[in-house]
Design a protein around this ligand. Structure first.
Ligand code: GAL
Length: 444
């Protein structure tokens, strides 16, 4: 009898475990979409530039297409005051100046909210930011003052900072970097000379065995708990930026809504492919609320600018087919219509934002060609046929490989072509760096 009770309790507990969503982090039922200034402006960001981007998102239709989070990155802070409150750099954020000298980003978030947009901010789980480790002494907008005043990261101030950012300032999104515990080790010259205090290192870049993954996970978990204490409805997005380090693939889905899977992207074809691979190879924990983040889009920059529309479409297709967050990283105020049409392609966005939230999975890879497929809520499949190389190729996939057992119709979501019936397999010709993104569904 006793054994039976234990068994059925065990089954009930198990059923509960699998039925209930993981209660952690904020709310992101579909991959977040928006804009981040880092790839375009680095720390040389200003309120004026961000609001110009926000205007463009509205006027171009990109906001209506889904790009609603307007996020800040590194560079917004001036210092941490003796009472712990962060002071905003009002020379770049004039609306943050207050008569009592407290500084507030509330006018900024109010402005974005009044436009129907959402607002995101940036911090670090350590004491210091990435720009302080990597920007040398000359990067724009480095925090100022004494060593303590320049400690603008959340370490030791989690509750106070999250109350300010999510309570008083009403932000909707936070990206949390990890340079603090990675790049301020005692041996660093800027630590030895007293510019910054030592922390860790608890992440040792490139040395997996020297990492303190549990400590990093706990820092993210406690920061998320500090936000939830202010916003118990969890109406925020929590973005983990530990660049695929600290074993984040094993715990990111429990602690955040998205987690970076790699080093920073740059506007080169190879970097885009590397970042794509870092996420495409790990579909395991992707699902509603929890997304691999291969980093911001480079559409509009370098190899993906208005002279490289094939590459821009490929980049967009690849992020969409693996349900990656779509965070534009370019100065969209300068975009021609051709780029707006690419980032704003509603059929492509619908694949990324599909409500079932399935990850894309690699179906095959041979030479420069790769096929990735993502099941969609209506029973169809998004299929990306990718040419990673710089020569023309032919790529094929059978309907069986896609999991279909009868005829299907195929629609090219870039060409907006009519759906064509197909009976055995799909073969396409791909120009250098071209990706075809198809919506494949059972014939009615
Ligand atoms: C990096 C991060 C970038 C950007 C930068 C700011 O660690 O991956 O996306 O936020 O810091 O300094």
């Amino acid at each position: 009898m006793l054994k039976k009770v234990t068994l059925s309790l065990g089954a009930a507990a198990l059923a509960l475990m699998f039925a209930s969503p993981v209660l952690a982090a904020g709310t992101a039922p579909v991959p977040p979409m928006g804009w981040n200034p880092w790839n375009a402006f680095g720390t040389g960001v200003t309120e004026e530039r961000i609001l110009a981007v926000a205007d463009t998102l509205k006027k171009s239709g990109l906001a209506d297409a889904g790009y609603r989070y307007v996020n800040m990155d590194d560079g917004w802070w001036l210092k941490r005051r003796a009472d712990g409150r962060i002071v905003v750099r009002t020379s770049i954020f004039p609306s943050a100046a207050t008569p009592d000298g407290n500084t507030s980003l509330r006018p900024f978030t109010d402005h974005l909210h009044a436009m129907g947009l959402k607002a995101g901010l940036y911090t670090d789980i350590g004491r210091n930011a990435c720009s302080q480790a990597w920007g040398g002494k000359t990067a724009a907008n480095l925090p100022e003052g004494s060593t303590a005043e320049r400690e603008i990261g959340s370490y030791g101030h989690q509750a106070q900072d999250m109350k300010l950012i999510f309570g008083e300032w009403r932000f909707d999104y936070i990206k949390v970097d990890a340079c603090g515990p990675a790049d301020f080790q005692p041996a660093k010259a800027f630590v030895k000379d007293g510019t910054y205090r030592a922390l860790g290192p608890w992440i040792v870049r490139g040395k997996p065995n020297a990492r303190d993954n549990a400590r990093i996970e706990n820092l993210y978990a406690s920061l998320d708990a500090a936000i939830a204490a202010v916003r118990p409805r969890r109406d925020y997005v929590f973005s983990i930026c530990s660049w695929g380090e600290a074993g984040v693939q094993a715990w990111g889905y429990k602690r955040g809504n998205l987690w970076r899977t790699s080093e920073d992207i740059n506007a080169h074809w190879k970097s885009m492919l590397d970042n794509f691979d870092s996420a495409a190879g790990h579909p395991e924990t992707v699902g509603p609320g929890h997304w691999n983040d291969p980093d911001m889009l480079e559409i509009g920059n370098g190899d993906f600018d208005a002279d490289h529309l094939t590459e821009a479409r490929a980049h967009m297709s690849m992020w969409a087919v693996i349900a990656a967050p779509l965070l534009l990283g370019s100065d969209v105020t300068k975009w021609p219509q051709s780029l707006i049409d690419i980032a704003g392609n509603r059929e492509v966005i619908a694949i990324d934002q599909d409500p079932a939230g399935h990850p894309g999975k690699i179906v095959s890879r041979a030479g420069d060609t790769e096929v990735v497929a993502k099941p969609l809520a209506d029973g169809s499949r998004a299929v990306a046929l990718i040419n990673r190389g710089s020569g023309a190729v032919t790529a094929s996939v059978t309907l069986k490989q896609l999991g279909f057992d009868g005829a299907v119709t195929v629609r090219d979501v870039w060409a907006h072509s009519d759906a064509t019936p197909v009976y055995d397999g799909i073969t396409v010709s791909l120009a250098a760096h071209e990706t075809k993104l198809l919506r494949v569904g059972k014939t009615q």
